[in-house]
Design a protein around this ligand. Structure first.
Ligand SMILES: [Zn+2]
Length: 250
């Protein structure tokens, strides 16, 4: 029997039968794992609030040979209550946790991505939230799992990016007009924005990225490029992206 105590963030919790739950955690030591939380539905006290999405928890996990992990105990470190009362924050946090769930495989540790996700959720909860912060989290999360899009130069011929270049996920990112293998929508501010965010320093919970309404078209372009990139490289269109659009949140 293996027993591990680690920190994690709740990515998702689903009901299992009448009494139990299955919780997907992103842990600092093991990466993404799913664990069986027995009696979590009947006994509210046992895991009191510790299985809600976005919650940072300290967990004890037990695994018998060849079996799934069992959640032995879970203690709340930070329940980020500020997020739960605000639809825009719920939408952005939901996007971030779904993204991490899709980018990782079970039991592949990603320490940098773990720090990024906890930092992003704390920043979301404790400082005025901005849509640019979510784009930064996303483009850096891709880098942390080895899927950085090429943004500063043509992915094929390395010519520095210029106006009118397109974005082609199949070729790895920005491509110039000469290297494009199919007609591409030219990118305007979106490529520059993503390139800046890709190398931006980690977010600081006390500061925020200044937001400019005039940048909204660039952000929309950046968001669409990342959606196409995820679809091509990970084979997924995030449900939370649709939710964000439905509720009018960037
Ligand atoms: Zn080129």
């Amino acid at each position: 029997v293996e027993r591990i105590v680690t920190e994690g963030i709740v990515l998702r919790t689903i009901a299992c039968g009448d009494a139990d739950r299955i919780v997907t955690l992103f842990t600092s030591d093991l990466g993404r794992i799913s664990a069986f939380a027995a009696h979590a539905r009947k006994s509210r006290r046992r895991f009191a609030g510790a299985l809600d999405p976005f919650t940072a928890v300290r967990v004890a996990l037990v695994q018998r040979r060849g079996e799934t992990w069992r959640l032995d105990s879970a203690e709340v470190i930070d329940s980020v209550p500020e997020i739960r009362g605000d639809l825009a924050l719920i939408a952005r946090a939901g996007y971030a946790v779904e993204l991490v769930r899709e980018l990782c495989r079970d039991q592949e540790p990603h320490v940098d991505l773990y720090r990024s996700l906890s930092g992003f959720l704390v920043q979301l909860a404790r400082s005025p939230s901005s849509p640019t912060d979510l784009l930064r989290f996303e483009v850096q999360a891709l880098g942390e799992v080895g899927l950085s899009p090429r943004l500063t130069a043509c992915a094929v011929c390395e010519t520095p990016t210029s106006a009118g270049d397109g974005f082609d996920p199949a070729q790895g990112g920005i491509v110039c007009r000469r290297c494009a293998t199919r007609p591409l929508r030219p990118l305007h501010g979106g490529a520059r924005l993503l390139a800046e965010l890709q190398s931006a320093p980690p977010p600081d919970a006390r500061s925020q990225t200044p937001e400019n309404a005039a940048d909204a078209p660039a952000r929309a372009e950046a968001r669409q490029a990342l959606e196409e990139f995820l679809d091509y490289h990970v084979g997924v269109r995030l449900r939370s992206a649709r939710f964000m659009r439905d509720v009018g949140v960037e």
